[in-house]
Design a protein around this ligand. Sequence first.
Ligand SMILES: [Zn+2]
Length: 413
Amino acid sequence: MFSISTVTSRIRSPFVVTEWRAMLLTYAILWLLAVGVYGAPDPRDKCDDSDSASANCKLPDCRCFGPSIPGGLDVKDVPQMVMLTFDDAVTVTNFDNFYKKTLFTRQNPNGCNISATFFVCHEYNDYWRTNELYRQGHEIALHSISHQTGLDYWAGASVETLEKEFLGLREILKTFGEIPEDAMKGMRAPFLQMAGDATFEMMTKNNLMWDCSWPTNDDDKGKTPWPYTLDFKSPQECPVPPCPTGSFPGRWVVPMVDWMSEDYVYCSMVDTCPYISDEDEILTFIKDNFHRHYDGNRAPFPFFIHAAWFSALPARFNAYNRFLDYLATLPDVYVVSISQVLQWIQNPTPLSQMKDFWKCWTIPENTCKHPNSCELIREDNGEERYMETCVDCPKVYPWLDNPHGDKPTVSYS
Ligand SMILES: [Zn+2]
């Protein structure tokens, strides 16, 4: 017979307590020996953001990679967020022909204007129009000064090189575009070529919150990964190595979830998706990809392009506008900047309480009606560049190591 009372009494016996202690001590010694042989188990290996007491990752500052809906909300309570992004220089042409025409007057279900994200690179960029995008409530993010070709340069870039490229650009945008430094929170690597840990080291050191350069496939409707933090080593596959392997607490990865064609061709930038010329067919293609998110786990829907995608084929611009018109008919869809997406993930809020979640942006007064048109020399190759800005023109074209353009080192007289 083995009753509860006997167990209780046995545990209470001083002899048994000593026995237990001896056992625990033995286990501890064995464990220490094992650790000595195989290396300490790294608690950072496994990210756990479950509800359990042992969870090591909690919102708002930590989230594990995966398809689970933030805050455990029911899918019908989740706003479908749509991320419209544009890469490279803001120019007169793409500003007048596209951005201004399609992004300045549309509204979300909360009555606020929609917001897109612009990954700006320096060369040929128009700082007056970049400021105008910001003034209208769009997000400005970093895409390097030089955007130079040669993937090795980006893959092997040191923290110092990345600082020159991305923080140098942040300084140029702050100086000549008058964008507040703390409004520039995110980045995308040119050619989506990250430099592994160096990229996230640079971000951590300089308070950049998120990166959106890392493509991922997603065949499985409902299993789309949501943005997550790099507190733990990411299990996301790495199609463009090197990817980060270290731990970078609080730095967010916004996975570039691929679009997919009917014949399973994947594309993370829509510009590289299979060519379709017919406007109705383009719209169907866009909607099909949108619905994989909307009818799935509502992970933010990426629509990532260069303005050149429009200029190469007007049918695309028409289809894009028709798609945005379609979204405006859906009461649970919000077109927001990437930083706004992360704001929601950090504070998951059900649709019924979304009215005041993202405060409407108040458009500041336009104080720059007559920008300066600067004719400048790019120092490293002697070529002419033009730059529009509402502040005084620099001496030379701003560049790496010279973001204010105030250190002329070469004379071309
Ligand atoms: Zn680019």
